[in-house]
Design a protein around this ligand. Sequence first.
Ligand code: CP
Length: 308
Amino acid sequence: MRNLISLADLTPAELDRIVRRAVFFGREGVDRRSLAGKQVGVYFRKSSTRTRTSFWSAATRLGADVITYGPNELQLSTGETVEDTSRVLGQYLDALVVRTNEDVEEIRRLGSSPDLAVVNALSLDEHPTQAIADLATLTERFGSLDGLHLLAVGEGNSSGAALALATALSPGLRLTLLCPSGYEVPKDKLDLADELAGGKAAVTQVTHPDEVEGPVDAVYTSRWQTMGVAKANPDWLKDFEGFQIDDAFLDRFGGPDAVFLHDLPAVRGQEVTDEVLDGPRSVAWRQAYHKMTAAMAVLEWCVVSPGN
Ligand code: CP
């Protein structure tokens, strides 16, 4: 059993292997039985359309049985400790997929049982399986990540942090984070990315579009109000002026074959226009599909570890 809690726990070779497996599922089809006889729990304490459903679908397609838990359905919500929960569930389940309001260290405690593989399906500070789906989408589109330049625009949320770590582990991939001042990816995540990249300048963060050194191969954005949570400043929207992705933005920074990615859900007309999200350069819908192939690759890696 292996946990997938933070991308920082993986080696470049391990991340590459998981991403290539997701691309393989996208190319060859998604009906495999490599998890037959296994049991997977899906425990989400926050709302989700893609991640929860795609993990359920992935586990089922791989032949596993699945149990899902809502926010208040485990005795964790009445005070049982995280460690006791892990110890008990490890006797019933092979893997537990978790979305939580806490940071990765809380999920690590849930992953303390050696008999239970725990997958971080979004913590407060990281969204590792999203980044795996993102890299699978880019790999499928461009054939390789080597030499690509990705521009991620908007709030420096858990998807941005995961992209920074994934970039640091992917030789030849460059990431520019363009976040409004005050909404950047936290410094500790960028420091961790630098450390993982061995000092190579794989990730750059800037706060104004004029600071972006293009061209880029892909422009990525996220919903500005992450998880729909209102920001403290009632005038926060003003801070995001100039950060909407429209065709002019794509033309300004994108090279001739540039694509648009969005982790979804989107607020149409806010961080992205309809024309871009639904347009010919958008791979956001394929990216959503790769949530499922990424989930399959992650579950296999955690529970049965097959070759490709
Ligand atoms: N991208 C993503 O994590 O979507 P959900 O919140 O719907 O799972």
